[in-house]
Design a protein around this ligand. Structure first.
Ligand SMILES: O=C(O)CCC(=O)C(=O)O
Length: 238
């Protein structure tokens, strides 16, 4: 797994989380999605455009640091399992930097554009970082499973803001991109430089993903010293 991760920039695990763990996560997730009041300061639409309008349907709801609203998440077995894998992939000094929810509402048909996560982050001397993307619904092309390009970049490509705000994107050749469908409880781990994307959700149900990001403990301390705690506005940093 580690060799594959280092070679391709991502790996897939078909079933890392069991039914009980997934049910517990789904319950917390639904509560947070519905609770616009307690999540207001952490919440935005990655599709852009309607961030401050509570009447408009959110297309790609992003809630940063959900564990700051529901601290029970930090004790959850799924967080421990994901950390263990992150440490096996990138070293024992990896720790949770931040978590986030990304939900694609039914029939919102809005892709998450191609990007590298590192474009959102400040430049750090130790660039190791890995995200665990957990499927809380069965995911496939039509509802927005992840796609990856297994080009191992060691730098951040030029990224741009969508005209209406929301997610960052970069222009890249995606001919060899690979979709990664997953069943509930499956996950992927991707490197901070790995290019990824998802299509919009054109189905009748939600596409819920919980994402945990890990990086070296010392780098988290450096980020926090610079005021970077992954709760602020989304913008190009690297
Ligand atoms: O869930 C998505 O559509 C995108 C997820 C993503 O960009 C990420 O986990 O870094």
């Amino acid at each position: 797994m580690k060799d594959l991760f280092l070679k391709n920039g991502y790996i897939k695990i078909d079933q890392l989380f069991d039914t009980k763990e997934v049910k517990e996560l789904q319950n917390i997730y639904t509560k947070l999605l519905e609770d616009k009041e307690r999540t207001a300061h952490l919440r935005s639409d990655l599709a852009g455009g309607n961030n401050n309008n509570s009447k408009t349907t959110e297309r790609i709801t992003q809630i940063m640091r959900p564990s700051s609203v529901e601290p029970i998440l930090l004790q959850h077995d799924s967080y421990k399992k994901a950390l263990q894998h992150a440490q096996e992939l990138l070293g024992n000094d990896m720790e949770l930097d931040f978590d986030m929810l990304i939900n694609k509402a039914p029939h919102t048909n809005t892709p998450t554009p191609w990007h590298q996560d590192a474009a959102y982050w400040i430049d750090l001397p130790d660039k190791r970082a890995v995200s665990c993307w957990i499927a809380l619904d069965n995911v496939y092309k039509e509802n927005g499973c992840m796609w990856f390009l297994s080009v191992k970049n060691q730098q951040v490509l030029e990224h741009h803001n969508l005209p209406s705000g929301g997610a960052l994107y970069c222009n890249t050749d995606t001919t060899n991109a690979i979709p990664i469908p997953l069943n509930i409880g499956g996950c992927t781990f991707h490197d901070g430089f790995t290019l990824h994307y998802s299509k919009g959700n054109s189905t009748d149900s939600q596409r819920r993903a919980l994402i945990l990001n890990f990086r070296p403990k010392k780098m988290i301390a450096l980020e926090r010293a610079q005021g970077m705690d992954h709760t602020g506005t989304r913008k190009k940093r690297s």
